[in-house]
Design a binder for this molecule. Structure first.
Ligand code: B4P
Length: 196
């Protein structure tokens, strides 16, 4: 199995690049943001709880997100590998993911971390907010709160994987295709090692 994490602040292009990467490598895409928005759309109790956090730019509680990922792993037993997008976002989520993958004897191969300046992040998210209908994208204060939350709780997740020498920083500015090529180059190096 080839499992990796696409990491970076809100608006760094995780969702955008994930779509292209899963098409190229045939992996199962697990985006906690998408899973949460689906729950909101269905108006489930979990979705209603999540919405109150997301509307303020805060992270959804760990137990909710970890439970969602655990059941997504269970329902995709035959997958060739997983691309984790927007997960883990806290140290507790990183430890939980390691434990879940340990059971499958299929650890994270690499964390690809997109680097984008704060002004570019805000600009991209405000632009998406004009058309996406996402309530967390059309208010600059909420966008800035998400970036603060990222620095306070999520940036440390990279340290967790750095300790295992699994983090690669990738420049997340430029055209979508340029960034995609940079990511593929890093994946291909590691995929070769796995397949020999
Ligand atoms: P997410 O859905 O994960 O999304 P995101 O951080 O907003 O954005 P992403 O990085 O995927 O950006 P995208 O490619 O779309 O999170 C939303 C919320 O869900 C969180 O704030 C949190 O509340 C909750 N949540 C999710 N996971 C959680 C977890 N594990 N624990 C707790 N809470 C969780 O790109 C953004 C825009 O930029 C797009 O419009 C795109 O077109 C544009 N763009 C992309 N690449 C570009 C480029 N190269 N140049 C110009 N524009 C570009």
């Amino acid at each position: 199995m080839f499992n990796f994490i696409l990491f970076g602040p809100p608006g760094s292009g995780k969702g955008t690049q994930s779509e292209k990467l899963i098409a190229k490598y045939g992996l199962k895409h697990l985006s906690t943001g998408d899973l949460l928005r689906n729950e909101i759309c269905l108006q489930t109790p979990l979705g209603k709880e999540a919405q109150s956090f997301m509307d303020k730019g805060q992270l959804v509680p760990d137990e909710v997100v970890i439970g969602m990922i655990s059941s997504a792993l269970d329902t995709n037993q035959g997958a060739k590998g997983f691309l984790f997008d927007g997960f883990p976002r806290t140290s507790a989520q990183a430890r939980a993911l390691d434990n879940l993958l340990e059971l499958k004897k299929a650890p994270i191969i690499v964390m690809l971390a997109l680097e984008v300046s704060e002004e570019e992040l805000v600009k991209r998210l405000l632009k998406r907010g004009q058309t996406s209908g996402r309530s967390d994208d059309n208010n600059e204060n909420v966008i800035r709160a998400r970036i603060i939350e990222y620095h306070a709780k999520t940036a440390v997740v990279a340290d967790h994987y750095k300790a295992f020498d699994k983090v690669v920083m990738v420049k997340g500015e430029g055209t979508i295709n340029e960034i995609f090529d940079r990511l593929c180059e890093e994946i291909d190096k590691r995929a070769e090692k796995i397949t020999g």
